[in-house]
Write a protein that binds this ligand. Structure first.
Ligand SMILES: [Zn+2]
Ligand SMILES: [Zn+2]
Length: 161
């Protein structure tokens, strides 16, 4: 199970159960390629040892991908709409998209790996929600520079409950 809007782009997925939760991992693909430009709404933190990650800014966190071949935009995650507990109609106009560049080589092209955590199926069935596929409880997104290969693990690590 993964959010419907991501299904067409979610490849090589693996599935496991851990502590009663369902963990689904996969890689984002479009036009038979895995290379995307990345932009985020949030605060991009750069740390030693080439660490880089994003945390919410004014409670907003979002990541958008742009296919390097066809230019299609994929709204991979937005905490206003996606996850078990969304912010609903909350909207803060003061925050805007920031383009993400590799900290090591300054390239603007990344391979995107995503992992979703879902609660127990029976819990989900009993909830009065429209799209169960979008009720994930955690999302992890790792990005890897397609130029130099530097990997930014848990670039996004968000508790959606
Ligand atoms: Zn494409
Ligand atoms: Zn790089």
């Amino acid at each position: 199970m993964i959010p419907k809007k991501i299904q067409p782009y979610f490849k090589n997925d693996t599935f496991k159960i851990k502590d009663g939760n369902e963990l689904v991992s996969g890689r984002i693909e479009c036009c038979n390629t895995n290379e995307f430009e990345v932009s985020v709404i949030g605060s991009v933190k750069k740390r030693i040892l080439n660490k880089m990650y994003v945390i919410p800014i004014n409670d907003r966190l979002a990541i958008e991908l742009r296919c390097r071949k066809c230019g299609r935009t994929i709204h991979l995650f937005d905490n206003r709409f996606d996850g078990y507990e969304t912010l609903g109609n909350y909207y803060d106009d003061s925050v805007s998209n920031i383009s993400v560049y590799c900290k090591k080589c300054n390239c603007h092209s990344f391979v995107i790996d995503v992992q979703y955590e879902y609660p127990d199926m029976f819990d989900l069935e009993n909830l009065d929600i429209n799209e169960k596929e979008n009720a994930f409880t955690w999302i992890w997104i790792s990005i890897q520079c397609s130029n130099c290969g530097r990997k930014y693990r848990r670039f996004i690590d968000y508790d959606a409950t």
